[in-house]
Design a protein around this ligand. Structure first.
Ligand code: AGP
Length: 606
């Protein structure tokens, strides 16, 4: 999604801004732009498509100026073209913006009435003109304060002023924003990752705050315009190196590195010598929690659903799950003895953050399961459980999904032990089995060749279905999501038992249907459902686990067998062929695998 960079330096900034924008490419975007101040002018260059296009632009190559702002845009208002790309400038102000201004139409009407002329279809352009309008009567700080007050919606802003070439203004409401500190230069970024190549000294703005970034110092202000002091955090490393290596796509690499990332997660949390799970500084006593609500979006929501099955099996806790965009607008009954768990790879998803914010305002217990530990969701939760899987670049989440479900499984086990709902010997056994998971994943990853040919059939079909029961149902949803997001093939995930209640009508001769039927407690029931779809002409790809017993069913089109382990852990293994199916299907179609159309890695607008 949209990303912001700002640099105030004593040397030319255009190249560094463009290079930093490349760090934000993983978020997903459709156009890019940059503005610098030089010789009393705002110089602006924008281009449709990749940052590469901006970089090739000869004006951008020769851009002067030691102060500037840059942006990658993911369209919300107006087409994804160079006119709508940011920055947006009035005669004296240039703005980059993440978020959505909900009252932009009313503001635009007001500003047109005042004689302002608009060039783009965006909501952002009104911000530049509104500041210009307010500057007619107010000083800089007051004009910013007044402008921010008039804006409804969410924003992270970077602003430069033609007549003040010595500072950048940053402002935040809803969308994250960070300030970075360097030698004789300071920075603004929509996340610390974008700034990591330049600094590891960071200050995060809170909602409502704004700042004035000069070359040698930064002043912070509250919503009311009062000066405030903010902490400088020193992040762990200056930059985590992450490239594709020998892989064609980040997604391929991220799928293959899952045995390592899962092993990292296990090593972080499992203490085999004491046969225990290390969750240090958990802030609540076990008696204080009698139920759990898990909240997330997309793949992270599927992790929540997966966790529900494990928590309910292993503990007596009541477990609810929720899609963040629904939770945030429902009338919730907040309970003091409920633990609210927010699951998010990026830790910046707008809906998940808003759900967390709601919980915070109602003073309930909050816990984040995140990959990015410096993220807003991590920072603003009472307790954080990192998933330790390293940077994930592919928009389609793979290793983060397995990382999330790993930590949630570990948490369910820990709760079961705390609450004495699992026998110690069973707990020990489950830990030992968990330890073998990386090896089992490694072996399951060898299913490659088979899936490459299977992908062709999915590519030729009008649509497909993914069925599973119990522990396999969340994986069926996740498999369908992966296929639709990467290959743009219609794919629906369903609980296998629901087919007769409507979706069976969709089955027609030759329709590819993935049936997840591992040998678990649901096996026989799922096989019956599989036979019902085969009888109606479906081409069934059965994914099960290795067993000495043959699957008793005729006319299965294709079968993939993953490794065998206890039923709790089979969902991890079943996920692998589904990730590969989506990957090869998109590869064969020649689609942009790491950046699927219309999607963004970090969904920072609702
Ligand atoms: C997964 O492949 C998706 N791209 C998407 O559903 C994602 O999981 C969702 O947007 C939530 O993101 P988060 O984990 O960063 O909060």
């Amino acid at each position: 999604m949209c990303g912001i960079i700002g640099i105030n330096s004593n040397k030319p900034v255009a190249t560094t801004i463009i290079n930093s924008l490349k760090k934000l490419e993983y978020r997903g975007y459709d156009s890019a732009g940059i503005a610098t101040l030089y010789n009393g002018l705002i110089n602006e260059v924008k281009s449709e498509g990749r940052v590469e296009n901006l970089e090739k632009n000869s004006i951008a190559q020769n851009m002067e100026g030691t102060i500037g702002i840059g942006h990658v845009r993911w369209a919300t208002h107006g087409l994804p073209n160079s006119i709508n790309a940011h920055p947006h400038s009035s005669q004296n102000v240039s703005v980059v913006h993440n978020g959505i201004i909900e009252n932009s139409t009313i503001l635009k009407k007001f500003l047109i009435g005042k004689g302002h002329v608009f060039k783009s279809q965006t909501d952002t352009e009104v911000i530049a003109h509104l500041i210009t309008e307010n500057l007619k009567t107010e000083n800089i700080i007051n004009s910013i304060k007044k402008t921010l007050k008039s804006l409804h919606g969410s924003f992270a802003l970077g602003i430069v002023f033609k007549d003040h070439p010595d500072f950048i203004v940053g402002a935040r409401r809803g969308s994250p924003l960070a300030v970075g500190y360097g030698p004789n230069e300071n920075y603004l970024g929509s996340d610390s990752y974008a700034l990591k190549s330049m600094t590891n000294k960071i200050t995060y703005l809170n909602d409502g705050e704004f700042c004035v970034i000069k070359r040698n110092n930064v002043d912070f202000f509250s919503e009311e315009g009062t000066r405030i002091n903010k902490k400088v955090l020193v992040l762990s490393s200056t930059e985590e190196k992450y490239d594709k290596g020998d892989y064609k796509h980040f997604m391929a690499k991220e799928i293959e590195e899952q045995p390592i990332t899962i092993s990292n997660g296990i090593n972080e949390y499992i203490d085999m010598s004491n046969r225990d799970i290390n969750i240090y500084n958990f802030p609540w006593k076990k008696k204080e929690i009698s139920s759990i609500t898990l909240i997330g979006c997309g793949t992270a929501y599927h992790s929540c659903l997966m966790a529900k099955y494990w928590f309910e099996k292993l503990t007596n806790l009541d477990v609810n799950i929720d899609i963040a965009s629904e939770f945030r607008y429902r009338k919730n009954r907040f309970k003091q003895d409920n633990l609210y768990i927010f699951v998010s790879q990026s830790g910046e998803t707008a809906d998940t953050y808003a759900a967390l914010d709601l919980c915070k305002n109602n003073n309930v217990k909050t816990c984040a399961v995140v990959n990015v530990v410096e993220s807003s969701i991590a920072r603003d939760s009472n307790f954080v459980l990192p998933i330790h899987c390293g940077v994930e670049i592919g928009v389609a989440s793979t290793k983060a999904f397995l990382g999330q479900i790993l930590i949630l499984y570990i948490l369910a086990l820990k709760f079961a032990l705390w609450r004495k709902e699992i026998e110690k010997k069973d707990f020990d056994k489950k830990l030992s089995e968990l330890k073998t998971l990386p090896k089992l994943l490694e072996k399951t990853l060898l299913v490659d060749n088979k899936i490459q040919t299977i992908a062709d059939t999915f590519n030729e079909a009008k649509g497909s279905m993914f069925l599973g029961r119990g522990f396999s149902y969340p994986i069926a949803l996740e498999g369908a999501l992966k296929l639709k997001e990467l290959s743009y093939i219609h794919a629906e995930g369903y609980p296998a038992g629901e087919m007769k209640h409507g979706p069976l009508a969709l089955i027609e001769e030759g329709m590819p249907v993935v049936v997840l039927a591992p040998r678990d407690s649901y096996y026989k029931k799922t096989i019956s459902n599989m036979q019902e779809v085969i009888a109606r002409g479906a081409k069934v790809l059965l994914i099960t686990n290795k067993s000495k017993d043959e699957v008793i069913s005729e006319n299965i089109w294709k079968k993939i067998e993953v490794e065998s382990t206890n039923e709790d852990l089979l969902p991890f293994l079943l996920t692998i062929p589904l990730q590969k199916l989506a990957y090869y299907s998109a590869l064969k179609k020649g689609y942009d695998i790491d950046k699927p159309r219309n999607l963004a890695k970090s969904v920072t607008v609702e």
